[in-house]
Design a binder for this molecule. Structure first.
Ligand SMILES: [Zn+2]
Length: 183
């Protein structure tokens, strides 16, 4: 039976890796690495945002946006770090924010019970490209596979938990059709 357990864990590790998109680490995008409060995982919710700023579609421009947003959240908002757990660029990459196990600052009462994922750009008039949408879906699947997100999680837009237009009408229309969405 031991060989079977070993085989199973090797297979599971392969599946886990396969489910995870490219995550650009903070060191890779030139971010600061402050320490904020941890949260207990797996979390029961995923909250989708847009940054409501400039679009980006390359590693260098998305990294620059991540740095801009982190600086704004730290220097102007006086938060301990960039507010989101992860950001998504239209280069199809995921940018590490607070990550899987640190409480974000993106949806007030939902902060300690959710992963906040923000698409870089303003998605009121158009939806993010497929590369970005697929990266976000893969990231959620990865979080479930690694047990950072409950398998019965609820997906919401920021506007479902707070009075805001976030994540923009066009992006909101898209995520309403995703699995496990509930307003
Ligand atoms: Zn938001």
């Amino acid at each position: 039976m031991i060989w079977f357990a070993v085989l199973l864990s090797v297979l599971c590790a392969a599946v886990n890796t396969q489910n995870c998109p490219t995550i650009v680490s903070r060191a890779q995008w030139g971010g600061k690495t402050p320490t904020c409060k941890r949260m207990s995982v797996p979390v029961p919710n995923v909250i989708i945002h847009h940054t409501e700023g400039a679009f980006c579609s390359s590693r260098s421009t998305c990294s620059a946006q991540a740095r801009n947003i982190q600086n704004y959240h730290i220097n102007t908002n006086k938060w301990c770090d960039i507010g989101y757990n992860f950001l998504i660029g239209e280069d199809g990459a995921v940018y590490e924010g607070r990550g899987w196990t640190t409480i974000g600052a993106h949806a007030t009462t939902y902060n300690p019970i959710s992963i906040g994922i923000s698409f870089i750009g303003s998605f009121t008039d158009r939806a993010p490209n497929n590369a970005a949408l697929n990266a976000a879906k893969q990231l959620i699947a990865c979080g479930v596979a690694k047990n950072f997100i409950r398998s019965n999680y609820v997906l919401k837009g920021h506007r479902n938990v707070m009075s805001t237009s976030c994540p923009g009408d066009s992006l909101y229309k898209v995520i309403k059709g995703w699995p496990r969405f509930a307003a």
